[in-house]
Design a protein around this ligand. Structure first.
Ligand SMILES: CC(C)(COP(=O)([O-])OP(=O)([O-])OC[C@H]1O[C@@H](n2cnc3c(N)ncnc32)[C@H](O)[C@@H]1OP(=O)([O-])[O-])[C@@H](O)C(=O)NCCC(=O)NCCSC(=O)C[C@@](C)(O)CC(=O)[O-]
Ligand SMILES: NC(=O)C1=CN([C@@H]2O[C@H](COP(=O)(O)OP(=O)(O)OC[C@H]3O[C@@H](n4cnc5c(N)ncnc54)[C@H](OP(=O)(O)O)[C@@H]3O)[C@@H](O)[C@H]2O)C=CC1
Length: 423
């Protein structure tokens, strides 16, 4: 179903009103979104089947970013995060990209890599070639572990072998390249790694040790690109300043760390909402930011010939639609339905587009009025709640905090006391 992701005023509705607008815009039945209701969500009994020693469930806010157009299709994007202004920022940037066609994405095939570490090889360079000569045998042995994956058109495709000098000697490290289709793929490739390790050790004349995927999933890349409107950004000066901000993040690891955190604000929120492995995605993105030994920004912004701003982001994006928590967490299931995705690649491309949008919104704020106006005015609600404001008191306290330009808990407590005393 084609969605219209442009919902002006969505921000001023109540959660219940937003859920009904969401159902209407996506064509989903109310039941599909029932898990988002306050009395629903993940039950403790369900959680007890997901992790160990369960004692309860922790609720995380789930918002929906609006305005996204990705490869010509409108998307409403569920985002799970505790941080104020993140969902607003993503929606804001998507609005600025919309006028120039929104986001355009692409991906490599979903190839994950497992590593098998071999120690004590007396002739590591010859060992490497002996392993490569047995490529077909190793790939077939790996595929014998997961025949289902091959029926989906996936499975082990290739191997590569690296010689890694370490302080405990030279290690021969074999990478098994596995197309995991719509899975995130960690369990699948780890099983294959354990299965091929003995044969690799025999070929190399070494001892196998680590048999595990690498989260530096640089054969599973997803890219997003967009043009953001000069006028909506605030004019040519703002465009030029964002390019300066990008240039610093490309050259300075101190700035790059926060620039990339801004990207992950969007990526991690969308990954969490769909029940995917946020740690795997973050490890992949941050390891991908190291280029020629230096940690740099993951994205880049340039000015177009027309004076608008174009941004690109290319990162590993190991997310799945089958397996992991995605299939068992009810809210993740609802999020996947709202997204309307049917493949892991489709999900990955939406996630990376959100990361680019998040990055742009932050850089635009920083390159113009500064981050605090927007961020803190939304953070004021959290401050008011920390001071004990009820829902009925919230708007009054927030308005005073912003008017007094004092978005602090101690001031919120004073304001609350005044309001309650009838002043
Ligand atoms: C916060 C805004 C969006 C306000 O920006 P604004 O211009 O005051 O917003 P507006 O009222 O003009 O609304 C513009 C659009 O923003 C969205 N929007 C606006 N308000 C809301 C809201 N309440 N709820 C939901 N959506 C909202 C919404 O899409 C709206 O348009 P609509 O769709 O309604 O036609 C802007 O100032 C902004 O994007 N700031 C950036 C905030 C940010 O990046 N937050 C992330 C946390 S800071 C951080 O950790 C990252 C950082 C900064 O360190 C990274 C880095 O250093 O690079
Ligand atoms: N990042 C990390 O370092 C690590 C992460 N993990 C965890 O591993 C989990 C993800 O691993 P993953 O292998 O995806 O989990 P699963 O094993 O749960 O799911 C993958 C399996 O789903 C089946 N499947 C069904 N349909 C498809 C399809 N269309 N495409 C692909 N597979 C399909 C296949 O199994 P079959 O062929 O048997 O049907 C496949 O092996 C996450 O929970 C993650 O947290 C675990 C270890 C380390």
């Amino acid at each position: 179903m084609s969605v219209n992701s442009r919902i002006p005023g969505f921000k001023d509705s109540t959660p219940e009103q937003r859920r009904s607008v969401l159902a209407e815009r996506t064509g989903l039945a109310a039941d599909d979104l029932a898990v988002l209701r306050p009395d629903a969500g993940l039950a403790v009994e369900q959680a007890d089947h997901m992790i160990e020693n369960v004692v309860g469930v922790m609720g995380i806010p789930v918002g929906v970013a609006t305005n996204f157009v990705i490869n010509g299709r409108d998307r409403l994007v569920p985002m799970a995060t505790e941080e104020p202004s993140v969902v607003a920022a993503a929606s804001n940037a998507a609005r600025m990209a919309r006028v120039h066609g929104g986001f355009h994405t692409s991906s490599t095939p979903p190839v994950m890599q497992a590593q098998v570490q071999l120690l004590d090889c007396t002739d590591p360079h010859s060992a490497r070639l002996r392993i490569l000569e047995a490529r077909r045998e190793i790939v077939d042995l790996a595929n014998a572990q997961d025949p289902m994956l091959t029926t989906f058109g996936g499975g082990a495709q290739d191997i590569s072998v690296r010689i890694v000098p370490t302080r405990t000697g030279v290690h021969v490290v074999t990478h098994l390249h596995v197309d995991v289709r719509d899975a995130m793929g960690a369990n699948a490739v780890n099983t294959m790694a354990e299965a091929i390790a003995p044969r690799l050790a025999e070929l190399a004349g070494g001892r196998p040790l680590m048999r595990i995927l690498t989260n530096k999933a640089d054969l599973r890349l997803t890219r997003a690109r967009a043009v953001f409107d000069q006028d909506m950004l605030g004019g040519r000066d703002v465009v030029e300043n964002i390019v300066h901000a990008s240039a610093l993040a490309e050259s300075d690891p101190y700035r790059a760390a926060t620039h990339n955190k801004g990207i992950m604000n969007g990526i991690t929120a969308a990954v969490l909402a769909t029940g995917n492995d946020t740690r795997a995605v973050e490890a992949g993105c941050h390891s991908h930011a190291v280029v020629e030994g230096a940690y740099r920004s993951l994205s880049r912004f340039e000015m177009t010939a027309a004076g608008d701003l174009t941004g690109i982001l290319e990162v590993p994006m190991p997310v799945g639609l089958v397996g992991g928590a995605t299939k068992v967490h009810p809210v993740a299931q609802a999020a996947v339905k709202v997204l309307g995705v049917t493949s892991a690649i489709e999900l990955a491309e939406i996630v990376v587009a959100v990361g680019l949008a998040q990055n742009l919104a932050a850089c635009r704020a920083l390159a113009s009025e500064g981050i605090q106006r927007g961020h803190m005015s939304l953070h004021a609600r959290t401050v008011a709640a920390s001071a004990g404001a009820t829902t009925a008191e919230m708007d009054g306290v927030v308005a005073r905090l912003i008017a007094d330009r004092a978005i602090r808990v101690d001031h919120a407590e004073r304001v609350l006391a005044e309001l309650r005393a009838g002043n």
